[in-house]
Ligand binder design. Structure first.
Ligand code: S3P
Length: 436
């Protein structure tokens, strides 16, 4: 696929359902009693991995391509899978399902793609082991022909579930995946399990689990969960994913003569940091029709071409826009002045090392960007030109640099355009639809 400069984007679109919320709808439905109906479910490869793992654990799940019906079997209804659970590219599937599997009276083995096999799992092994589960990692070079032990702290790994102790976990990182794994394990604990994070991460687990009937209390950066609740199936309507809307927010802001209305986007404050960052850069953004969808705040977002300037992004903002930093870096390259992104070491352990993949590609396009240990410094205002983008099979890199390419001189090509199917299968069609 070749991308060339376009001069205007106008129109309306609805981005697909939120990835984090779609995963949780399936998982929480599976361990609840009765039927859970998930509408506007994200049919991306990551969420389909969650469906296939829970099917392997004995849960019947119907998926007609938009609506998903989960026939939940309650907290103790899962059965052991005879096959390895394949989480594909999905860190959320790997870490959240591990929290649930930690409390089961059986063993499970998880594996995933090349990216997953490099991502740190010790961050969940530590608290879940403290609760009583046991983990063993296998050398990916031999697996599954030979189960050779390793202490890599990465997939593939086996979890031996157990009856669990309650803990109060002081998480060293602000990670919703770690928090959620501990809270889900806490459903099977022998008392109240608590997690305290350094900074609040996305709180979809707390909101949605409460909706299913869990006793869960959030105070500042601590979430507490009571064991053995009676969870009941729910109807969940998934709002549009702000992480997907982010590409169109950036496109509307940096392309001249553009106006884009993105409908029905989740704007949970633990997720919507891109809106504050874009406003701080001088972006013209209006929230319309604010409402609540399945317990989550949502709005339509109107963006208009803007003259952007640099800003500093760091501290407690980071977890609210962690997945949006690649596209924010692209916006910063089109802004006047310097943008500093700091306190974002977590970028190194996403689907790719995003400090590397962002800086390498932006510099290859003629940008002036310096990687740092915890982020990057972007000198905006250089004229960008097309190049071949190395996506590292990272969906967010492919989409961010597609937006950059649409505003760069010459041709931008990609080593892999299909990785967008992880979170946004219709990305290119939706983009096409906005071209004037
Ligand atoms: C997610 C949490 C974040 C985010 C990921 C989805 C979730 O990861 O980057 O895309 O659904 O809980 P961390 O919890 O590792 O920060």
């Amino acid at each position: 696929m070749n991308i060339t400069k376009k001069h205007s984007f106008r129109g309306e679109l609805s981005v697909p359902g939120d990835k984090s919320i779609s995963h949780r709808g399936i998982m929480f439905g599976a361990i609840s009693n009765g039927l859970t109906e998930v509408t506007n479910f994200l049919q991306g490869a990551d969420c389909l991995s969650t469906i296939s793992c829970f099917r392997q654990l004995g849960i019947s799940i119907e998926n007609d391509g938009s609506k998903v019906l989960v026939h939940g079997k309650g907290l103790h209804g899962l059965t052991q899978s005879q096959q390895i659970l394949d989480v594909g590219n999905s860190g959320t599937t790997a870490r959240l399902i591990s929290g649930i599997l930690a409390g089961q009276p059986f063993q499970s083995t998880l594996n995933g793609d090349a990216s997953i096999r490099k991502r740190p799992m010790n961050r969940i092994f530590t608290p879940l082991s403290e609760m009583g589960a046991r983990f063993q990692c296998w050398d990916a070079g031999y697996f599954p022909d030979l189960y050779k032990k390793t202490s890599s702290g990465c997939a593939p790994f086996t979890i031996q579930g157990s009856s669990l102790r309650h803990i109060h976990y002081q998480s060293p990182i602000a990670s919703a995946q770690v928090k959620s794994a501990v809270l889900l394990a806490g459903l099977y604990g022998d008392g109240i399990t608590k997690v305290t994070e350094p900074v609040l991460s996305r709180n979809h687990t707390e909101l949605m689990l409460a909706g299913f009937g869990a006793d869960i209390l959030s105070t500042d950066t601590t979430a507490a969960i009571w064991p053995e609740p009676k969870l009941e199936g729910q109807a969940i309507h998934v709002p549009g994913d702000i992480s997907s809307a982010a590409y169109f927010i950036a496109l509307g802001l940096i392309t001249p003569n553009s106006e884009i209305l993105i409908q029905n986007v989740g704007i949970n404050p633990t997720r919507s940091g891109i809106l504050q960052a874009a406003l701080a850069m001088g972006g013209k953004i209006t929230l319309l029709n604010q409402r609540t969808v399945s317990g989550e705040p949502a709005a339509d977002i109107l963006v208009t071409s803007s003259s952007l300037h640099g800003t500093t992004i760091g501290g407690s903002q980071i977890p609210t826009l962690i997945d949006e930093l690649p596209i924010i870096a692209v916006m910063a390259a089109f802004a006047e002045g310097t943008t500093i992104i700091k306190d974002a070491q977590e970028l190194k352990v996403k689907e790719s090392d995003r400090i590397l993949s962002v800086t390498e590609n932006l510099n290859a396009m003629g940008g002036k960007i310096t990687p740092t240990d915890d982020g990057m410094i972007i000198e905006g205002g250089s004229l960008l030109h097309g190049t071949e983008i190395k996506t590292y099979q990272d969906h967010r890199i492919a989409m961010a640099f597609c937006i950059a390419g649409l505003n760069a001189e010459g041709e931008t090509t990609f080593d892999d355009r299909n990785c967008v199917t992880i979170s946004y299968p219709s990305f290119y069609e939706d983009l096409e639809h906005l071209q004037v």
